[in-house]
Design a protein around this ligand. Structure first.
Ligand code: CU
Length: 147
């Protein structure tokens, strides 16, 4: 029967074992928390974007498309007339700079990292986005304010 066993050793064994279990029990959630923190940091870094504003100079503006899913500008100020947009690929995914009305789209890929196009805009506010739905939803959107 178990009464013949040295109770001290049994107790110590149980104590050590429970200590080990406690450490493990703490280590696993910590690893999960760290993994979540990394995921959140990655999302925050890209999707957060910024409220950056750029003003077109001489009818030209440069826009960076970054991974994951952000432009380096949220608001582009421009004057009525032709606006030349140069899109630069700063990541490794295909992105577009798209205006739906008037229809305008330029596309960059890792193999073709710079794209330029000109669109003529009247005074008003236009939205632009990356035409990949997931990208726009993740923050690749902005507006052009034409005065
Ligand atoms: Cu995109």
């Amino acid at each position: 029967m178990s009464r013949r066993w040295n109770p001290r050793r049994d107790l110590r064994g149980a104590h050590l074992h429970s200590g080990y279990a406690r450490r493990m029990g703490r280590a696993v959630p910590l690893a999960i928390l760290l993994a979540f923190a990394l995921v959140l940091a990655a999302c925050g870094g890209g999707g957060g974007g910024s409220g950056a504003t750029k003003t077109a100079a001489n009818g030209k503006v440069d826009v960076d498309a970054r991974d994951p899913y952000s432009f380096d500008v949220k608001t582009i100020n421009a004057t009525a007339g032709p606006l030349t947009v140069t899109l630069h690929e700063k990541g490794s995914q295909t992105h577009t700079f798209t205006i739906s009305d008037p229809k305008f789209e330029i596309t960059v890929t890792p193999d073709k990292p710079v794209a330029t196009g000109t669109v003529t805009l009247k005074a008003g506010t236009y939205s632009f986005k990356c035409s990949y739905d997931g990208h726009a939803a993740a923050g690749m959107v902005g507006q052009i304010v034409v005065t």
